[in-house]
Design a protein around this ligand. Structure first.
Ligand code: SAH
Length: 244
Protein backbone atom coordinates (compact mmCIF):
# COMPACT_ATOMS: atom_id res chain seq x y z
CA UNK A 1 0.00 0.00 0.00
CA UNK A 2 1.54 3.30 -1.10
CA UNK A 3 1.90 5.95 1.57
CA UNK A 4 0.54 8.82 -0.53
CA UNK A 5 1.32 11.52 2.00
CA UNK A 6 4.96 10.53 2.04
CA UNK A 7 5.04 10.16 -1.75
CA UNK A 8 3.53 13.63 -2.09
CA UNK A 9 6.14 15.13 0.23
CA UNK A 10 8.91 13.47 -1.79
CA UNK A 11 7.36 14.73 -5.02
CA UNK A 12 7.38 18.31 -3.70
CA UNK A 13 11.02 18.07 -2.64
CA UNK A 14 12.44 16.28 -5.69
CA UNK A 15 10.27 17.51 -8.53
CA UNK A 16 9.25 20.98 -7.39
CA UNK A 17 11.63 22.53 -4.82
CA UNK A 18 14.76 21.20 -6.57
CA UNK A 19 13.60 22.80 -9.81
CA UNK A 20 13.62 26.17 -8.17
CA UNK A 21 9.95 26.67 -7.43
CA UNK A 22 9.84 28.53 -4.16
CA UNK A 23 6.53 30.41 -3.81
CA UNK A 24 5.38 29.26 -0.35
CA UNK A 25 1.71 29.36 -1.43
CA UNK A 26 2.46 27.00 -4.32
CA UNK A 27 4.53 24.60 -2.21
CA UNK A 28 1.83 24.47 0.48
CA UNK A 29 -0.86 23.84 -2.16
CA UNK A 30 1.17 21.04 -3.79
CA UNK A 31 1.65 19.46 -0.36
CA UNK A 32 -2.06 19.62 0.30
CA UNK A 33 -3.86 18.40 -2.83
CA UNK A 34 -4.00 14.57 -3.14
CA UNK A 35 -3.13 13.93 -6.81
CA UNK A 36 -3.96 10.24 -6.38
CA UNK A 37 -7.65 11.19 -6.08
CA UNK A 38 -7.64 12.72 -9.57
CA UNK A 39 -6.58 9.59 -11.46
CA UNK A 40 -8.27 6.23 -11.94
CA UNK A 41 -7.70 3.50 -9.36
CA UNK A 42 -5.28 1.56 -11.59
CA UNK A 43 -3.00 4.60 -11.96
CA UNK A 44 -2.99 5.68 -8.32
CA UNK A 45 0.36 4.08 -7.57
CA UNK A 46 1.89 6.34 -10.26
CA UNK A 47 0.23 9.52 -8.99
CA UNK A 48 3.48 11.04 -7.73
CA UNK A 49 5.66 10.09 -10.70
CA UNK A 50 7.26 12.97 -12.59
CA UNK A 51 4.91 12.65 -15.54
CA UNK A 52 1.47 13.37 -16.96
CA UNK A 53 -1.01 10.46 -16.79
CA UNK A 54 -4.01 9.56 -18.97
CA UNK A 55 -7.45 10.57 -17.68
CA UNK A 56 -9.67 9.43 -20.56
CA UNK A 57 -11.01 11.24 -23.64
CA UNK A 58 -7.40 11.20 -24.91
CA UNK A 59 -6.47 13.83 -22.31
CA UNK A 60 -3.94 13.90 -19.48
CA UNK A 61 -3.53 15.18 -15.95
CA UNK A 62 -0.52 17.50 -16.14
CA UNK A 63 2.90 16.65 -14.72
CA UNK A 64 2.99 17.99 -11.12
CA UNK A 65 5.98 20.24 -11.82
CA UNK A 66 4.24 22.00 -14.68
CA UNK A 67 1.17 22.64 -12.56
CA UNK A 68 3.41 24.16 -9.87
CA UNK A 69 5.43 26.20 -12.37
CA UNK A 70 2.35 27.61 -14.10
CA UNK A 71 0.65 28.52 -10.84
CA UNK A 72 3.84 30.14 -9.56
CA UNK A 73 4.10 32.11 -12.82
CA UNK A 74 0.48 33.20 -12.37
CA UNK A 75 1.49 34.79 -9.03
CA UNK A 76 -1.72 33.70 -7.32
CA UNK A 77 -2.64 35.20 -4.02
CA UNK A 78 -5.51 34.50 -1.62
CA UNK A 79 -8.02 37.07 -2.91
CA UNK A 80 -7.66 36.07 -6.58
CA UNK A 81 -10.36 34.93 -8.98
CA UNK A 82 -8.95 32.52 -11.51
CA UNK A 83 -10.13 31.17 -14.85
CA UNK A 84 -8.69 27.67 -15.44
CA UNK A 85 -9.09 26.60 -19.07
CA UNK A 86 -9.04 22.82 -19.56
CA UNK A 87 -10.28 21.31 -16.30
CA UNK A 88 -9.26 17.78 -17.29
CA UNK A 89 -9.14 15.86 -14.01
CA UNK A 90 -9.62 19.01 -11.91
CA UNK A 91 -6.19 18.64 -10.27
CA UNK A 92 -4.67 21.96 -11.39
CA UNK A 93 -7.93 23.74 -10.49
CA UNK A 94 -7.75 22.21 -7.01
CA UNK A 95 -4.13 23.33 -6.56
CA UNK A 96 -5.00 26.88 -7.68
CA UNK A 97 -8.04 26.83 -5.39
CA UNK A 98 -5.82 25.98 -2.41
CA UNK A 99 -4.38 29.49 -2.88
CA UNK A 100 -6.98 31.66 -4.64
CA UNK A 101 -10.44 32.77 -3.58
CA UNK A 102 -12.31 31.05 -6.39
CA UNK A 103 -11.41 29.06 -9.49
CA UNK A 104 -13.79 29.01 -12.45
CA UNK A 105 -12.72 26.03 -14.49
CA UNK A 106 -13.96 25.22 -17.99
CA UNK A 107 -13.73 21.94 -19.92
CA UNK A 108 -15.08 20.95 -23.34
CA UNK A 109 -15.56 17.21 -22.64
CA UNK A 110 -18.76 16.49 -20.69
CA UNK A 111 -17.42 13.20 -19.29
CA UNK A 112 -14.38 14.94 -17.79
CA UNK A 113 -16.60 17.68 -16.34
CA UNK A 114 -18.73 15.08 -14.54
CA UNK A 115 -15.72 13.23 -13.16
CA UNK A 116 -13.94 16.40 -12.04
CA UNK A 117 -17.07 17.70 -10.30
CA UNK A 118 -17.48 14.40 -8.48
CA UNK A 119 -13.84 14.34 -7.30
CA UNK A 120 -13.95 17.96 -6.13
CA UNK A 121 -17.21 17.30 -4.29
CA UNK A 122 -15.75 14.23 -2.59
CA UNK A 123 -12.70 16.22 -1.50
CA UNK A 124 -15.00 18.99 -0.23
CA UNK A 125 -13.27 21.61 -2.36
CA UNK A 126 -15.99 24.23 -2.49
CA UNK A 127 -14.24 27.09 -4.26
CA UNK A 128 -13.94 25.51 -7.71
CA UNK A 129 -16.86 25.61 -10.12
CA UNK A 130 -16.56 23.47 -13.23
CA UNK A 131 -18.28 24.67 -16.41
CA UNK A 132 -18.91 22.71 -19.59
CA UNK A 133 -18.03 24.68 -22.70
CA UNK A 134 -15.47 26.22 -25.01
CA UNK A 135 -12.87 28.03 -22.93
CA UNK A 136 -11.44 29.88 -25.93
CA UNK A 137 -14.27 32.38 -25.53
CA UNK A 138 -13.54 32.66 -21.81
CA UNK A 139 -16.30 32.81 -19.23
CA UNK A 140 -17.67 36.33 -19.39
CA UNK A 141 -20.19 35.97 -16.57
CA UNK A 142 -17.50 35.74 -13.88
CA UNK A 143 -14.92 38.15 -15.36
CA UNK A 144 -12.67 39.96 -14.64
CA UNK A 145 -10.07 37.41 -13.59
CA UNK A 146 -6.81 38.05 -11.76
CA UNK A 147 -5.32 35.09 -13.59
CA UNK A 148 -6.19 32.91 -16.58
CA UNK A 149 -4.29 29.62 -16.76
CA UNK A 150 -4.59 27.32 -19.77
CA UNK A 151 -3.65 23.64 -19.77
CA UNK A 152 -4.02 23.30 -23.54
CA UNK A 153 -2.01 24.97 -26.30
CA UNK A 154 -3.49 27.29 -28.91
CA UNK A 155 -2.20 29.21 -31.95
CA UNK A 156 -2.58 32.59 -30.18
CA UNK A 157 -3.96 34.15 -27.00
CA UNK A 158 -7.74 34.29 -27.43
CA UNK A 159 -9.15 37.85 -27.62
CA UNK A 160 -11.78 37.10 -24.99
CA UNK A 161 -9.08 36.26 -22.42
CA UNK A 162 -7.40 39.67 -22.85
CA UNK A 163 -10.76 41.36 -22.36
CA UNK A 164 -11.71 39.24 -19.35
CA UNK A 165 -8.40 39.85 -17.55
CA UNK A 166 -8.32 42.41 -14.72
CA UNK A 167 -5.74 45.21 -14.92
CA UNK A 168 -2.65 43.69 -13.30
CA UNK A 169 -3.94 40.21 -14.16
CA UNK A 170 -1.80 37.41 -15.64
CA UNK A 171 -2.41 34.93 -18.46
CA UNK A 172 -0.28 31.78 -18.51
CA UNK A 173 -0.75 29.84 -21.72
CA UNK A 174 1.08 27.50 -24.12
CA UNK A 175 1.12 29.18 -27.56
CA UNK A 176 2.49 27.78 -30.79
CA UNK A 177 1.88 27.31 -34.47
CA UNK A 178 2.37 23.59 -34.09
CA UNK A 179 -0.53 21.58 -32.70
CA UNK A 180 1.55 19.78 -30.07
CA UNK A 181 4.61 21.93 -29.32
CA UNK A 182 4.32 25.35 -27.77
CA UNK A 183 6.06 28.12 -25.87
CA UNK A 184 4.68 28.83 -22.47
CA UNK A 185 3.96 32.54 -22.39
CA UNK A 186 2.99 35.00 -19.71
CA UNK A 187 0.92 38.09 -20.45
CA UNK A 188 0.42 40.77 -17.82
CA UNK A 189 -2.27 43.39 -18.38
CA UNK A 190 -0.66 46.71 -17.50
CA UNK A 191 -3.44 49.06 -18.64
CA UNK A 192 -6.68 48.89 -20.60
CA UNK A 193 -4.64 48.51 -23.82
CA UNK A 194 -1.14 47.36 -22.82
CA UNK A 195 0.04 43.86 -22.08
CA UNK A 196 3.61 42.79 -21.23
CA UNK A 197 4.62 39.48 -22.70
CA UNK A 198 7.34 37.10 -21.58
CA UNK A 199 8.40 33.60 -22.50
CA UNK A 200 8.79 30.91 -19.85
CA UNK A 201 9.96 27.85 -21.75
CA UNK A 202 9.15 25.27 -24.41
CA UNK A 203 6.38 22.88 -23.55
CA UNK A 204 4.16 20.19 -24.93
CA UNK A 205 0.43 20.31 -24.25
CA UNK A 206 -2.71 18.88 -25.80
CA UNK A 207 -4.36 21.26 -28.28
CA UNK A 208 -6.79 23.99 -27.24
CA UNK A 209 -9.75 23.10 -29.43
CA UNK A 210 -12.45 25.70 -29.95
CA UNK A 211 -13.79 28.79 -31.68
CA UNK A 212 -10.64 30.87 -31.04
CA UNK A 213 -8.21 27.93 -30.88
CA UNK A 214 -7.57 24.91 -33.10
CA UNK A 215 -10.40 23.29 -35.04
CA UNK A 216 -11.23 19.74 -33.92
CA UNK A 217 -10.35 18.49 -37.40
CA UNK A 218 -6.86 20.03 -37.17
CA UNK A 219 -5.75 16.68 -35.88
CA UNK A 220 -7.32 16.16 -32.53
CA UNK A 221 -5.51 15.53 -29.30
CA UNK A 222 -2.82 12.94 -28.81
CA UNK A 223 -2.43 11.22 -25.51
CA UNK A 224 0.89 12.76 -24.55
CA UNK A 225 0.45 16.35 -23.48
CA UNK A 226 0.99 18.47 -20.43
CA UNK A 227 4.71 18.27 -19.85
CA UNK A 228 7.60 20.66 -19.66
CA UNK A 229 10.44 20.54 -22.08
CA UNK A 230 13.15 23.19 -21.97
CA UNK A 231 13.79 26.91 -21.78
CA UNK A 232 14.16 28.96 -18.62
CA UNK A 233 12.35 26.22 -16.76
CA UNK A 234 14.37 23.64 -18.62
CA UNK A 235 15.28 21.78 -15.46
CA UNK A 236 11.85 20.28 -15.86
CA UNK A 237 12.99 18.74 -19.13
CA UNK A 238 12.46 15.04 -19.51
CA UNK A 239 15.00 12.70 -20.97
CA UNK A 240 12.47 10.40 -22.62
CA UNK A 241 12.41 10.58 -26.41
CA UNK A 242 8.72 11.37 -26.41
CA UNK A 243 9.55 14.87 -25.20
CA UNK A 244 11.22 17.77 -26.92
N1 SAH B 1 -5.34 20.91 -15.82
C1 SAH B 1 -5.73 19.58 -16.20
C2 SAH B 1 -5.03 19.17 -17.47
C3 SAH B 1 -5.99 18.78 -18.52
S1 SAH B 1 -5.32 18.58 -20.15
C4 SAH B 1 -5.49 18.62 -15.05
O1 SAH B 1 -4.89 19.02 -14.05
O2 SAH B 1 -5.91 17.47 -15.13
C5 SAH B 1 -6.14 19.90 -21.00
C6 SAH B 1 -7.63 19.88 -21.06
O3 SAH B 1 -8.04 20.97 -21.88
C7 SAH B 1 -8.26 18.64 -21.68
O4 SAH B 1 -9.09 18.03 -20.76
C8 SAH B 1 -9.03 19.17 -22.88
O5 SAH B 1 -10.25 18.50 -23.12
C9 SAH B 1 -9.26 20.61 -22.48
N2 SAH B 1 -9.57 21.55 -23.54
C10 SAH B 1 -9.02 21.64 -24.78
N3 SAH B 1 -9.58 22.66 -25.48
C11 SAH B 1 -10.50 23.24 -24.63
C12 SAH B 1 -11.41 24.33 -24.74
N4 SAH B 1 -11.50 25.07 -25.85
N5 SAH B 1 -12.20 24.64 -23.70
C13 SAH B 1 -12.15 23.90 -22.56
N6 SAH B 1 -11.31 22.85 -22.40
C14 SAH B 1 -10.50 22.53 -23.41
Amino acid sequence: MTDFKEARERMVEWQIVRRGICDPHVLAAMRRVPREEFVSADLREFAYEDTPLPIGNEQTISQPAIVAAMIEAAELSPGDRVLDVGTGSGYAAAVAAAIAEHVYSIERHAGLVDTAREILRRLEIGNVTVHLGDGTIGLAEHAPYNAIIAAAGGPHVPDAWRKQLAIGGRIIMPVGRHLHYQRLIKLVRRTEQDYDRSWLGEVRFVPLVGEDGWAAEDGGPRNAGSGFCRGRLGAIARAAGDWL
